[in-house]
Design a protein around this ligand. Sequence first.
Ligand code: AMP
Length: 382
Amino acid sequence: MTSFSDLGLRAELLKALEGEGYTHPTPIQLQAIPFVLEGRDVQGIAQTGTGKTAAFALPILQRLAENRRQPPRGGCRVLVLSPTRELASQIADSFRTYGKYMGLRVTVMFGGVPKPRQAKAMSGGVDVLVATPGRLMDHMADRAVRLDHVETLVLDEADHMLDLGFIVPIRRIIATLPAKRQTMLFSATMPPEIATLAAGMLKDPAHVAVTPVATTAERVEQAVVFVDAPRKRHALLELLVDHTTGRTLVFTRTKHGADRVVKQLGESGVAAAAIHGNKSQGQRERALADFRAGACRVLVATDIAARGIDVDGVTHVINFDLPNVPESYVHRIGRTARAGKDGMAISLCAPDERAFLRGIEKLTRSKVPVMTLGGAPTRQAA
Ligand code: AMP
């Protein structure tokens, strides 16, 4: 397994990484760090959570330290553009953390706070400036910031920049940078506008990508059914009985919930088995074997129990409960539509789960189509 020192990172960085408890580089770091160290432009498809900040921050810090230089007053050597103040702060913190044994100057600027302190921080020049585009433009207009000595530019979460209407400001900012520089663009998705922007700003870029968890979602047909919690059992039954569901994986948030769903389905004549942490190894194996063999068409699982399941031909995933962690949704629905097959994911969403749905839609950057069931809302409790 490749380590951070195998990547050629300096002792100061290795010491900081050890302090953070990072033992091994993540896939995006393994891919990107060598290119950035070489000075190449990089186009990266990676979303937050993949370790992408360190993927650019570590090699950038290394290059700064290898070639120390006094930035001009009001200037910076590295400019990182971020769509939001939260992300900007996180990125600046990462640079500070990884670079803490290097004595480099890092500063951050974003809107919503007074400008003078930010301008003062820039007055002596800094090594790394992390900024949101709007506030950076303000400081440029005030002549508090100059970008004519930027050696490296990073555009992070480019697709999010697009959503927020930052493309024009970004083009203006880039126009003031030296043409000879190293440029990196990271984005979770690559819509045409971003591809065009990338083509215009990157020179012979190295392409790096980690399968963003959200893209698996694009291959799966999705639907959400809005239903009150007490009516979920009927909605589930209707989906299993009336719709052309084949091999179906049903997810619940809790083990207890999984058992309850299996019991209720059994009472309605649908054979189902549950797998979760409270089941013995033997019970789990039997449930999985029955599911694989088709003896039992419905498997009910919790997120953790489902992690180890690898069953082909799952036609439907039904979220009896929506997960409170949006990434879990993507992992759940990725259980269907495997190996290029079609799959469908249907979520039952109670009023108190709407916030979870919004989180999921934000992560996958898509709206889940609403589906209405015929009988469920009016059917009487069995
Ligand atoms: P990011 O995708 O940059 O937002 O990083 C996601 C999280 O992973 C952050 O909390 C980092 O501190 C952490 N992280 C980044 N690289 C590593 C690594 N190699 N090992 C463990 N954690 C990491």
